[in-house]
Design a protein around this ligand. Structure first.
Ligand SMILES: Cc1cc2ncn([C@H]3O[C@H](COP(=O)(O)O)[C@@H](O)[C@H]3O)c2cc1C
Ligand SMILES: O=C(O)c1cccnc1
Length: 352
């Protein structure tokens, strides 16, 4: 097992030397100063992350962590829990939204069974089951302390393996019926806001079911009484195995200086936990999009992240994050491929 403390300690802030050099290059490119807006900031941030003045993001992957949630017994989702293993098989067959978008973005889809409550076998599935779904958090802790650490360690190992093979950009994705309930419970605690503020309709529940979902989350928080100053305690009691796995992915990617695009509400809840453990992780994060799910904006505000896209997505799987890879690529392509004023013999501003 990785020493989590050591991993967290190894996450360093952006290297401003490279940020400044990237900004200096941007100032020389054939465009009015600042005219590429956030694309310029993205290029500078990736330069600071990777310690490369002209970075590339050639090798890309989305890690889709899948797991089940005991809290589905309370009727918090519009879909049955069987959809979790069924969708895992769909990912492996290439038929889900994430597969189509990943093909377009030239990203590998890495599917991890970290806690699906069904027996799954497939040559391309990473079978890393910690347990068959979490316990029902409305009645008991979702996971034990040992299990949450196991799940985080699996995320770390998955990322480190990918990094060994070569990885320039990673997106986070998930699948787990009931996981908006876990993400809402986590966010309510870590943001210290009423559950209602961060609870949405997930796969599409009605008003009555939404009110019920809020009550279940309130009950889970009251019953488990997590220590909100201890992110791992909150994660164990109210989280999900896939969320814990993504915490590991995020921490390990930051430690290896790999830029991370987080997806919607659930991935962002994982990022919130990672940030609570290691605030420096913020430097490595891009928010792929703003989800429709209530509460997403509050998490992004806490992390001081501005979403790259706003497309009314409410799917998860990593879809918004993988779409945002095109924006990051656009930022880095202009940064790399544009001519400077002197190269193209274009006149710069008089005082440049
Ligand atoms: C067919 C299908 C595909 C999905 N892909 C992602 N999710 C998304 O919906 C689930 C969370 O919503 P809730 O908390 O309401 O269950 C997660 O599995 C999430 O990834 C899906 C959901 C369904 C039904
Ligand atoms: O934003 C998300 O991640 C999301 C929203 C609804 C359902 N599943 C995921």
């Amino acid at each position: 097992m990785t020493d989590l403390k050591a991993l967290i300690g190894s996450i360093t802030p952006l290297d401003f030397n490279y940020v400044e050099q990237a900004r200096a290059r941007q100032a020389q490119l054939t465009k009015p100063a600042g005219s590429l807006g956030r694309l310029e900031e993205i290029a500078a941030q990736v330069a600071g992350i990777t310690r490369s003045v002209i970075p590339v993001v050639q090798r890309r992957a989305v890690v889709v962590m899948a797991a089940d949630h005991g809290v589905t017994a309370e009727g918090v989702s519009a879909y049955p829990k069987d959809v979790t293993p069924q969708m895992v098989l769909n990912f492996l067959a290439g038929g889900a939204a994430i597969n189509a978008l990943a093909r377009q973005a030239h990203a590998d889809v890495i599917v991890v069974d970290i806690g699906v409550a069904a027996d799954l076998e497939h040559p391309n599935l990473l079978s890393r089951k910690v347990r068959r779904g979490t316990a029902n958090m409305a009645r008991e802790a979702a996971m034990s302390e040992v299990e949450v650490l196991q799940a985080i360690n699996i995320g770390i190992a998955v990322l480190e393996n990918l990094a060994e093979q070569g990885l320039d950009l990673v997106a986070t994705g998930e699948m787990g019926i009931g996981n908006t309930t876990a993400a809402s419970a986590l966010s309510a605690c870590l943001l210290d806001v009423p559950a209602e503020y961060v609870t949405g309709r997930g796969t599409g529940i009605d008003d009555q079911q939404l009110a019920h979902k809020v009550r279940i989350i309130e009950r889970a928080i009251a019953h488990n009484a997590p220590d909100i100053s201890q992110p791992l305690d909150v994660l164990a009691k109210l989280g999900g195995l896939e969320i814990a796995g993504l915490v590991g992915v995020i921490l390990a990617a930051a430690s290896r200086r790999i830029p991370i695009i987080i997806d919607g509400f659930i991935s962002s809840a994982a990022a919130l936990v990672a940030w609570s453990l290691a605030p420096t992780v913020r430097d490595y994060l891009f928010a792929g999009h703003l989800s429709v799910e209530r509460g997403h904006r509050l998490i992004l505000e806490k992390l001081d992240l501005e979403p790259l896209l706003n497309l009314n997505l409410r799917l998860g799987e990593g879809t918004g994050a993988v779409l945002a890879m095109h924006i990051i690529e656009g930022a880095l392509r202009t940064h790399k491929e544009m001519a400077t004023f002197s190269e193209a013999s274009v006149s710069n501003k008089d005082n440049a």
